[in-house]
Design a protein around this ligand. Structure first.
Ligand code: MN
Length: 568
């Protein structure tokens, strides 16, 4: 506790908030029996470690005061000023949002998103609060444990991920895992944790070899460490691979942290000299960062004893960003730029152009009308891999990963989609099935009267685009109904007794065989005799069916002769 105080001068707002919170929570205890104050100090420490500013740390200390003690927001404002009060107000409002997995509180989630787009620091303190609550979940009732874990899994861990805070996201998921999926967790502990020691020993051998090779090749200051995969992501991967542990390569990943981007590629070459890379498993997220800003190079190699092992290579800065995500950007920006408080704090993310999706998020959440769409999209769409591309006028459009220029065109307008005849990405003509990447600028070339192609359905990624293409195709088909193509025809000519009902009986033979007659006619014999000439046409038939029909026709009373001619 005292190390928090030691980090700030006595006149700091943090020091005052510390004393105030200690007094305000003096008589309260947590479910574990500890003084309540220990919770707010833990949250404040996390916020400080993330590099946030003094008002944020003060707000962390005060985040439960308004809700849980007799003090009011105006008391906070009087003592600590508008900025701290604004943050505490946001946190108090967030706290009142109750999320229930049964009746999804959409309105609450919406408020959550709105509040954080106003000031990101509110959300960051909230995430620190959630982290500490998850770390100390064991004293709560099983019912509360499950509810809080579900909320963490479905709302906060994905949010942390979207903010680029991979480490936090993974930890939140892992803390929720035993409560949201107890059987899965037990299975994992039994099957994976048993071999943990062995994996660490193996990783140590790999680490020693890599570290020596890096030094030998002139990379002196690299840090090589090993990392056990997060339980939740491991379990999800196992489900995808049919619970087959031998299919998982990155149970232990080796991480190489170097100084510069050039060294990243040099280190990649060194690893590949030591062990052969597996085809198709090199992922260069430095050249093409993930939508959440993540940068690193991943490769999998056939390592010692032929074991497939994953390497992650990145610079210190990238590492910090991957661990802290948006908080890292925020801290950099703070260091660079000490501006006065404006009521909105975006941490300068837009300057770098990297995190424009936050702006998109703000537009996006406004555009959902019905609450159901919102929660569904929040869960399935927004937090999955999305890409963010822009129009030539710099409007950001978000699409699912793998989307094509035609998906983009339909997102802009159905007319643009229907008349799409080509696309330029970053100024270059690309095929219409081109896979768009985050950061691409997309321009659609249209032609009046152009019609969508059926072939588009084979590559379109978004449901809305497929729907529109199908509708357009249907419309076109109606308009351009082609004359029927000529088909093979069989013509039966039957000489039979001229009596009423013969034609109907003959037709019945075809019907009984499920054959459609296209033409049927009965003519009396010209010579006035007792014979009629019956003509029946139908489409081509399999041989057996044809023979069966002939046999049955011959069996009709009065049939004299049956002839069949095949016409094209
Ligand atoms: Mn709290």
């Amino acid at each position: 506790m005292s190390d928090l105080l030691a980090a700030y001068p006595p006149e700091s707002v943090v020091t005052h908030a510390y004393a105030f919170a200690e007094e305000a929570h003096r008589d309260a205890t947590r479910a574990s029996g500890e003084p309540y104050f220990t919770h707010v100090v833990a949250v404040a420490n996390t916020v400080r470690e993330w590099g946030l500013d003094e008002p944020s740390v003060a707000a962390a200390l005060l985040h439960d005061v308004v809700e849980d003690t007799s003090f009011m927001l105006k008391d906070i404002e009087q003592r600590f000023g508008k900025e701290v009060a604004f943050l505490v107000d946001g946190l108090t409002k967030l706290k009142r949002i109750s999320y229930s997995p049964e009746q999804r509180d959409v309105e609450g989630l919406r408020k959550l998103v709105i509040s954080f787009t106003k000031d990101l620091r509110v959300l960051l303190v909230k995430l620190a609060d959630r982290l500490h609550n998850m770390r100390t979940l064991e004293s709560l009732s099983p019912e509360r444990q499950r509810k809080i874990s579900l909320e963490t899994m479905e709302v906060y861990a994905p949010l942390a991920y979207r903010l680029g805070m991979q480490k936090l996201s993974g930890e939140l998921e892992d803390l929720s895992f035993p409560y949201t999926n107890p059987e899965g967790y037990d299975w994992l502990m039994e099957n994976v944790e048993s071999s943990y020691e062995e994996r660490i020993a193996y990783a140590d051998r790999v680490r020693a070899i890599v570290a020596a090779a890096l030094v030998k090749n002139g990379i002196q200051s690299a840090a090589v460490d090993t990392r056990a995969k997060h339980h939740t992501s491991l379990y999800q991967k196992l489900i995808r691979r049919g619970m087959d542990l031998s299919q998982i390569y990155d149970l232990v990943a080796v991480r190489i942290i170097v100084e510069t981007v050039e060294e990243c590629y040099t280190a990649l070459g060194i690893v590949h000299q030591l062990w052969p890379p597996l085809g198709g498993r090199i992922k260069d997220y430095i050249a093409r960062p993930k939508p959440n800003g993540y940068r690193s190079i991943h490769t999998a190699v056939m390592c010692i004893d032929g074991r497939i092992t994953e390497f992650q290579i990145r610079t210190k800065e990238m590492h910090e960003e991957a661990e802290l995500g948006i908080a890292a950007h925020w801290a950099y920006q703070q260091a660079r730029n000490k501006k006065g408080y404006t009521g909105e704090n975006w941490g300068g993310m837009n300057d770098s152009g990297k995190l424009t999706w936050i702006e998109q998020l703000r537009n996006w959440q406004e555009s959902f009308r019905s609450g159901k769409d919102f929660i569904e999209a929040l869960k399935t769409d927004f937090f999955k891999d999305r890409i963010f591309v822009s129009t030539p006028r710099n409007d950001i459009v978000d699409l699912p990963a793998g989307a094509t220029p035609v998906d983009f065109a339909y997102r802009i307008h159905s007319d643009v989609g229907n008349q799409c005849m080509g696309a330029k990405v970053n100024g270059r003509i690309v095929p219409l099935d081109y896979e768009l990447q985050s950061g691409d600028t997309v321009e659609i070339l249209t032609q009046r009267g152009k019609k969508p192609s059926e072939n588009w359905l084979t590559f379109l990624k978004t449901e809305i685009a497929r729907k529109r293409v199908r509708a357009a195709l249907r419309r076109n088909r109606m308009r351009t109904l082609k004359p029927l193509a000529p088909i093979d025809t069989l013509e039966f000519t039957i000489a039979a007794a001229d009596r009423p009902g013969y034609l109907r009986t003959a037709a019945g033979v075809f019907a009984a065989q499920h054959v459609n007659i296209t033409y049927a006619m009965s003519q009396s014999d010209q010579k006035g005799g007792s014979l009629a000439r019956v003509t029946i046409r139908c489409g081509a038939l399999p041989k057996e069916k044809l023979e069966r029909i002939i046999v049955r026709l011959k069996a009709i009373r009065g049939t004299e002769e049956v002839r069949v001619v095949h016409q094209r």
